[in-house]
Write a protein that binds this ligand. Sequence first.
Ligand code: SF4
Length: 274
Amino acid sequence: MRKKWLPFASYNLWSLFNSPVGKEEWHCDMKRGFKKVRNKEPQVKALLEDTIPQKIGKLAQKGVYEFHQHTQLLKQSDGVERVAVILGLNREVDEVKERVVSILNNYYKYPILVGKNIYSLSRGDEEISEPLHIKQGNSIFRLYAPTDCIFTESDGTVHILDFKTGKSGQNDFDRRQAYVYLLAGRYIFPNQTVIASFYNLENFSVSEIIEANPEKLDFVQIELAEIAKKHEEEKKLYRHNPNDFAKIFPPNPGSTCKYCLFNYICQFSCEVSN
Ligand code: SF4
């Protein structure tokens, strides 16, 4: 029997609807249109192939995973080189190779998961995880909240840890991502306290421990249900009126176009040379 199609939400979708506080000028609805609605068009799809930062993030995660699959490598003097071989870093461009080797060295020196009671550790290259089905009012939406690592603290608290890479500092952690994890945690571990935090494998910055009370999680759930519904509506609108792309997803051209993945194909980009 065919499964019933349900709207979905995720942190990624949330971040495309609203920028983090203080970064509002980065917001552009048209980016969401390209990423989430036109993502199957060959030109757009090609742009969505792994970018260098995404590739570094995935390989860093896979490196941590491999260290914990073969924990003896954390004690061997050639442990980093061995993991680099497993990751196939010699096939990567120099920037990726150099930064991932540096991340592996960091982790080799400070393997923060050693001694933790690991419940799950992502390999970094999995297919999309199974969503949770969440009922909000009279409707249901799918929530995608793939986690990098979950471990249990000695008192039984479930800790969801998200690994970051990049030069950005502590203030760049977006708490909304933690709230999405905590909401998922409420359903997966209903009888345990759940906390979340971020750790940057590249510059060692650590976030505070993030928690949320039931009222906060109710609010997050309502927000995500709303986003899932709005996104479904805008997809329908675009399907029926593809010429109205710019009306459905208004562009917000500005200095951020320079860093936008779609600036070569976006007719509103400040970066396009006519
Ligand atoms: S190039 Fe500029 S206007 Fe176009 S989608 Fe990107 S940020 Fe928006």
